[in-house]
Design a protein around this ligand. Sequence first.
Ligand code: SF4
Length: 412
Amino acid sequence: MQKISNKKFTYDGKNELEIYIHIPFCIRKCNYCDFLSAPADEKSRFVYIKALENEIAVKASACRDEYIVTSVFVGGGTPTVLDGDVLADLLTCIKRCFIVAETAEITFECNPGTADYEKLRKCKEAGYNRISIGLQSAIDDELMKLGRIHDYSAFVKTYENAVKCGFDNINVDLMSAIPGQSLQSLDESISRILALNPRPTHISSYSLILEEDTVFWKMNEEGNLELPDEDTERAMHWHVIDRLEKEGYLEYELSNLSLPGYECRHNVGYWIRKEYLGFGIGAASLFEGRRQTNTRDISEYVNFYADIDCTDDWYANKGNVSREKYEPPLSEDVELTREDEIEEFMFLGLRMCKGIELNDFKALFDADISDIYGEIIDKNVEDGLLEKTADSIRLTRRGQDLANFVFSQFIL
Ligand code: SF4
């Protein structure tokens, strides 16, 4: 049973912990992508996975007994560029190093064209119980523009194989504001997703964002990219939400919808600030009042973790690396102040459509929200950006459109 006590989320009497694993490999780079991912040969992938397993073992040794893992998310990149056995071993490593709850949600990301039936079967057998498939669009022309490696039929094959392997909790990523996309073609993508049998339990709906150092960025600089204006982008976003809500999906976060009961527990954990540990390059952790992010440099990461000897004995002895001696390569390491934590609670909590529970704020910070943010909340309610009830505050639709502006007012 989950509850908040002593400023921590607890489950079965232990502190709850989420785990994120970053697999920074892809077949090739998509035109819009600025994620930490790149193609890599088999040897580089092997060395990285070994380092990853060492990092898991080392960090687990420092906290294994006090924490219970309630969700695992293997993301990327494209985790399914790895062999099925490697993905299975990764989960075995986590289960060996941490206490993982029987009911844990265990997700891996998968791109069509990188996972056949056998690979998906191995993942299911190993204990993964949720799969997130990167579709983006059901229109082949749009997929080609995005630089995706697959067409729509490859997605359908992957989806059908996932269902055949027994996955009954499946997310599909859908993108709007794609260059050249119209409201009609977006609607066609939605129709094709809704025609899947069974329907996905979860749909992540994102607008394309132009990021620096991408192919699209360069094309835009050269005047060769046709992007929708902001009003069209918003109209597309709300079209996705309205159409899916009519079909029984609930928008529970700014970019995420699910059938009732299938909200992604891992992501909800981030938004309500459960503690999490991230493994792999660029992976962030929120743990014991610190926010840390691993180095983004794969050589630095691999060199550090390859040198730590995590043999079977080492596992059995639960490691011997004291926290003082352990200085991993980080790109960020911040001890959060109370103000930082309050701000994060607000920004992240307001991403959830149900908003922030006033009692949670009190339980976590031992203060009334109105004593800290009373005026700001009232002003945003007056401006139609926030809605307030006796128990909670949340963004209105207009507030969602102007979310960054609303969040900026909660900086202390
Ligand atoms: S598959 Fe995903 S992570 Fe890989 S390049 Fe494309 S968008 Fe980026």
